[in-house]
Design a protein around this ligand. Structure first.
Ligand SMILES: Nc1ncnc2c1ncn2[C@@H]1O[C@H](COP(=O)(O)OP(=O)(O)OP(=O)(O)O)[C@@H](O)[C@H]1O
Ligand SMILES: [Zn+2]
Ligand SMILES: [Zn+2]
Length: 816
């Protein structure tokens, strides 16, 4: 037998060990060790977890510098099915280069938390384990009797049988599972599985003595369900059989009694309706090229630009259906906040049990269960938020990204990946189709589509020719002149009143982005901006200054507006609670359902509130960003935006884009069905182009105007950005460190690349650590990523000595 060497990425997340180590695979582990397996290896004096990224058999004459004699052995393989596919391992390698992170960090982004945290390993009886086989070993016997045995117990009670486990695993007699040790622990239940065939069971039932009435009843009941686990509780309730009866049957080897974790299905209690329509003309038009691409196979990418309510979801579902018909699998990404029961219902309604749903509302255990169904190849469609892009499907044919412009597709911690980029990589690798959809595509994506990098598909009409809602813009400066100091304009007030009379519903949206951070004149709408950067200055309460967070420009907070001399100049903001109070004061008896971080922190609260609103138990749904998208309520005929400006004056070059997107998306919630809709946007800057174009639902005009701005100011998509941020407890060390890195970069960057900073970060101190940043703007610097990788390695030791944290963010989304 030739020695087999495994290349293992070990769980030490420091870049010094960002390379695989060689280990020898002991013969007894060969049956289950695969590329992608999770293993335990000796590392120095410790035992660590790691992942096998490659296997090498040393046949005679294999050219290698490895001396197997010197290698240490892998101690254990932790799962019967490897949690990572070879494709995902390649992806991890690519991510580690692209996003400058250790391999192990990229791998961790791909697997459920359960496989990282404190977990307890169990050995569980599987389908092929029969009474006859169980006779061979005390452990197997125990397994058949109890269904599952903790690995801890195996080590203590049956140590001699450990080397046999891999063989049994690969024979399908047993599996291993991980149960989370913390409080989100697994659900335990007893299950009974008939191990006899239908006829055998009937025969045995006949042969039983009279006094074994209970046993007979169980056999007769189970006969039609041979091999299927039935809840013991159910048997108890139905047949009135007792626990000892089941134990007796198990001892005879006729049934298996499993005291084990149930695969939780968080949607088990829901009924899903499948509402399939005949496609509209526009849906048919866009589906044609998509269908062709799926039919042909091979990589293809589309941007589906469809106005709100144009039926994009229906297009995605059709594409998924066709992909499955070709024998392939699909990933359907949606932003976390759109992962509402409504959305899940539509997908489950169409594809039923072939769907796994992954989102943060699930407990760790539930997530792990859904993920395990994918690993076991029991599902064909994975719906989920950002990290679902790593679903370990083996035959991926289609990736859909709904609301492609959403921020949440970018992970804001290491690895700082963008799901869109990962999706492109996977679609290419799998020769699959990528569909990105949005009513308000990001500028980056739309620009690429106009240059032919993605095929652009457009749907500019709502389903059933329903009109887009009429948008009314209210100038809040005039309201102030009219002595109206309430947060509701006359227009909005009257429209709310009228909806209440008609028994129709209202969505009120409070833009919380940029809450109270910018300085604005309430008389004329003037805001303080940086003279160098065209970006709003951020208010600092501590010393009453306003500062630019890109270049550091600072001024004292003025007492009077520089434009109109009014003294009503101050920082800006309102909370949802205040709006709710005001509503109750103005409209006594109004039923408000408030959705914000406070009311939705409890698990399931989000769904519950939406459900109440859907059932008509509220007149108003009042909320922040989380109500802006994906919702489809037939009785909503009015959408009000309390203050459109807050997101407009963020110190972020995407402020106008974000505002346009938000206004268009919230507006899109009105009048989606038979009833016509109105949208009221309250603003102090009605002339701003993002508001003007949103009013007319005019994406293209907005796009063109914004592109000109980006070109002028040198921002994406014309330039690309890298944000390098630093933090330290002591300001002098921090500034010195940032400057040192800046000098290093300056010496190596091409002259055309712009380096901004070092300058204090927009949030200059978090948890007692000061923060500074550098920003790179570049157009054409092909070696930049490599160079940043070198920079990382160059400063690694030094940063650690200085206790300085440095973070590199490629194509940053959040500049705060
Ligand atoms: N061909 C069709 N015939 C009839 N109704 C349809 C059709 N396609 C979609 N619908 C319905 O129209 C409504 C809007 O469709 P859908 O939610 O797919 O739009 P969307 O483009 O995803 O909207 P948004 O981007 O605003 O979330 C839904 O209630 C959907 O069930
Ligand atoms: Zn500036
Ligand atoms: Zn003013």
């Amino acid at each position: 037998m030739n020695p087999v060497i495994a290349k293992v990425i070990v769980e030490v997340p420091v870049s010094r060990t960002n390379r695989p180590f060689d280990y020898l695979v002991p013969e007894w582990l060969l049956p289950i060790l695969r590329v992608g397996s999770r293993v335990i290896v000796p590392f120095g004096p410790r035992k660590l977890q790691g992942f096998v990224i490659g296997l090498l058999e040393l046949a005679d004459g294999t050219e290698t510098s490895i001396d197997p004699q010197k290698l240490r052995e892998i101690l254990e393989v932790e799962d019967d099915l490897p949690p990572l596919t070879e494709e995902l391992l390649d992806l991890a390698e690519w991510m580690s280069k692209q996003y400058l992170c250790p391999w192990i960090t990229a791998i961790h982004a791909m697997i459920p938390a359960v496989l990282k945290g404190k977990t307890e390993r169990w050995v569980v009886a599987a389908a092929e384990l029969t009474a006859e086989l169980a006779g061979q070993s005390p452990l197997l016997h125990e397994l058949l009797r109890r269904g599952a045995v903790a690995y801890r117990e195996v080590e203590q009670q049956f140590p001699d049988e450990i080397p046999l486990l891999p063989g049994w695993l690969s024979a399908g007699w047993l599996t291993t599972e991980y149960h989370v040790k913390d409080r989100v622990t697994h659900k335990q239940a007893s299950y009974v599985t008939l191990l006899l065939t239908d006829e055998e069971a009937l025969a045995k039932a006949d042969s039983l003595p009279k006094q074994a009435e209970q046993m007979r009843r169980v056999l007769l009941h189970l006969a039609p369900f041979s091999g299927q686990p039935i809840a013991a509780k159910e048997l108890g309730e139905l047949l009135g059989v007792s626990r000892p009866t089941l134990k007796n049957l198990a001892a005879k080897g006729w049934i298996r009694l499993e005291q084990m974790e149930v695969l939780r299905n968080p949607y088990a209690h829901r009924k899903f309706a499948d509402a399939k329509h005949s496609y509209t003309a526009q849906q048919q038009t866009v589906l044609k090229p998509i269908a062709q691409a799926i039919e042909q196979g091979g990589f293809a990418s589309f941007l589906l630009h469809g106005v709100t309510g144009s039926g994009k979801t229906e297009v995605y579902l059709a594409a998924i259906e066709q992909t499955l018909a070709k024998g392939k699998e699909a990933i359907f990404l949606v932003p976390e906040i759109s992962l509402t029961p409504q959305m899940v219902e539509r997908v489950k309604g169409r594809f039923g049990n072939l769907v796994a749903v992954l989102h943060s509302g699930l407990s760790q255990g539930e997530r792990y269960d859904e993920w395990r169904r994918i690993i076991r190849q029991q599902v064909k469609v994975v719906v989920g938020a950002r990290s679902a892009i790593f679903a370990p499907l083996r035959n991926l044919g289609l990736i859909v990204i709904d609301e492609e412009h959403e921020n949440s597709y970018k992970q804001e911690e290491t690895p700082r990946y963008h799901a869109r980029e990962v999706a492109l990589w996977r679609a290419r690798q799998n020769h699959g189709v990528l569909i990105m959809g949005s009513a308000t595509p990001s500028l980056e994506t739309y620009a690429l589509a106009t240059r032919g990098r993605y095929q652009l598909l457009t749907m500019n009409e709502r389903v059933g020719n329903r009109p887009l809602p009429q948008v009314h813009v209210v100038d809040m400066r005039e309201e102030l002149l009219k002595q109206n100091r309430s947060m509701f304009s006359q227009t909005l007030y009257q429209m709310i009143e009228q909806r209440l009379q008609n028994g129709e519903q209202i969505v009120l949206f409070l833009n919380r982005r940029g809450f109270s951070t910018f300085v604005m004149c309430r008389s004329c709408g003037y805001t303080l901006t940086c003279v160098h950067c065209d970006i709003s200055l951020t208010y600092h309460r501590t010393n009453h200054t306003a500062r630019c967070h890109y270049c550091g420009y600072t001024i004292k907070q003025p007492d009077h507006c520089p434009e109109c001399q009014s003294s009503h100049i101050r920082f800006f903001g309102t909370g949802t609670q205040k709006v709710e109070e005001e509503l109750s004061r103005l409209f006594p008896g109004i039923r408000v359902i408030r959705m914000d971080v406070d009311t939705t922190s409890r698990k399931g609260a989000h769904e519950e509130l939406l459900d109440r609103f859907r059932r008509g138990q509220g007149d108003v749904l009042l909320g922040t960003q989380m109500i802006a998208k994906g919702l489809d309520f037939p009785r909503v005929t009015l959408v009000g935006v309390i203050a459109a400006d807050t997101s407009l004056h963020l110190p972020d070059f995407r402020a106008a884009e974000k505002t346009f997107q938000l206004l268009t998306q919230v507006g899109g919630r009105a009048g989606r069905h038979e009833l016509r809709g109105d949208v009221v946007i309250q603003t102090y800057t009605p002339e701003h182009y993002s508001i003007r174009h949103a009013t007319k639902h005019d994406y293209l005009s907005f796009y063109e105007e914004e592109m000109l701005n980006r070109k002028r100011t040198g921002y994406p998509p014309y330039y690309r950005l890298v944000l390098i941020s630093f933090s330290h407890e002591q300001l002098p060390v921090l500034i010195q460190g940032a400057q040192t890195v800046a000098d290093y970069l300056k010496a190596r960057l091409q002259p055309s690349t712009i380096l901004l900073g070092p300058v204090a970060s927009p949030i200059p101190r978090i948890k007692d650590r000061f923060r500074f940043q550098l920003m790179l703007k570049y157009r054409d610097e092909p070696k930049l990523i490599d160079m940043l990788g070198q920079m990382n390695r160059h400063f690694d030791e030094w940063l650690k000595q200085q206790q300085l944290l440095m973070n590199v963010d490629i194509d940053p989304q959040m500049l705060l």
